[in-house]
Design a protein around this ligand. Structure first.
Ligand SMILES: Nc1ncnc2c1ncn2[C@@H]1O[C@H](COP(=O)(O)OP(=O)(O)OP(=O)(O)O)[C@@H](O)[C@H]1O
Length: 303
């Protein structure tokens, strides 16, 4: 379990992370989501004791990470897949880590096989694709067989088969009872990866809840209605307090009323309805809506 308590990190006048509090529980994949510059990497680095918080604290299973003498056995992390010595082979890189962390050598072969790099272990890392480096970074995180795993943008650079494999791996690690915390700036990446979400924007907490609750909270459900009497139905629905957006093809997009209520109102007012389609809550829409104010650099933004 990871507990983040009133965590703040300032760089001069700029707060990269502001008063952040949330808990990441074992047995689940938790997505850590926010637009570029939201403070995700800074938070992950504070979890690992690589940055000192300006105030607040982070504990992993009750203690700061820096207090754990056998770190890799307790927390595995992938922060930057490029942060490896390109001249070394994958096997030499992992072997050096087993020696310095007093881990069994057999783990090298096990984790290389686990991430699908069994045949590439003897190749120099400098010649690896980004996807292969991500796999090596995941292998490194798994080396100490830790109960807590942190991954910063691990899906970056992976092809669709690689993304599917990572999702399967994360779900399996969580099913084994581990704490799996995965950052991304793309909701689409988290949709089939995470069970829970911690969403931040401009260093502040926006949401910490299940994916289902997040979608329901952020998105105004909409209903498409097609009718030959657009003007009458528009008036009826607006009088009921709905927000109605008319389109040129005799259809309306309605928010603020359920599809069944719209159908009843049309029937009561003898308006024929040719189509009535509720649109399921979209996670992407919820994410865009809730983080709209916290995007650091938007297109057309002159700040
Ligand atoms: N060493 C530093 N000095 C000054 N500002 C920094 C430093 N590190 C990060 N920042 C700023 O803190 C904010 C948060 O950065 P951070 O890298 O944690 O965000 P992020 O959510 O990981 O973004 P991304 O998705 O783009 O990687 C940004 O505005 C960034 O410019």
């Amino acid at each position: 379990m990871i507990e983040v308590n009133e965590l703040t990190k300032r760089y001069g006048p700029k707060a990269a992370v502001s008063d952040l509090s949330f808990t990441v529980r074992p047995g689940h994949v938790t997505g850590f989501l926010g637009p570029n510059g939201a403070g995700k990497s800074t938070t992950l680095r504070m979890m690992l004791g690589l940055h000192r918080p300006t105030s607040g604290s982070v504990t992993i299973d009750g203690r700061p990470f820096a207090d754990r003498p056998r770190g890799m056995r307790h927390v595995g992390a992938l922060l930057d897949a490029h942060d490896v010595h390109g001249g070394r082979t994958a096997r030499a890189h992992l072997t050096a880590l087993t020696v310095s962390n007093r881990l069994p050598r057999r783990r090298v072969g096990e984790v290389l096989d686990e991430v699908g790099l069994g045949d590439a272990g003897g190749r120099r890392i400098g010649g690896f694709s980004l996807g292969m480096k991500q796999r090596l970074g995941i292998a490194t995180a798994l080396l100490g067989d830790p109960p807590v795993l942190l991954f910063d943008e691990p899906l970056n650079g992976l092809d669709p088969e690689g993304v599917k494999w990572v999702r399967g791996l994360f779900h399996r690690l969580a099913a084994e009872g581990r704490t799996v915390f995965v950052s991304s700036h793309l909701m689409s990446e988290m949709e089939n990866t995470a069970d829970f979400l911690v969403v931040i924007g401009r260093g502040r907490l926006i949401a910490a809840e299940s994916l289902k609750d997040f979608a329901a909270r952020g998105t105004r459900q909409s209903v498409s209605v097609r009718t030959p009497d657009v003007a009458v139905l528009h008036t009826v629905l607006t009088d009921e307090g709905a927000h109605v957006e008319p389109h040129t093809d005799n259809s309306l997009t309605v928010t603020g009323l359920s599809a069944s209520r719209i159908g009843d109102l049309a029937f009561q007012n003898m308006v024929p309805v040719h189509e009535l389609t509720p649109h399921a809550a979209s996670l992407e829409a919820a994410f865009m809506e809730l983080t709209a104010d916290s995007v650091e650099y938007a297109a057309g933004d002159t700040r």
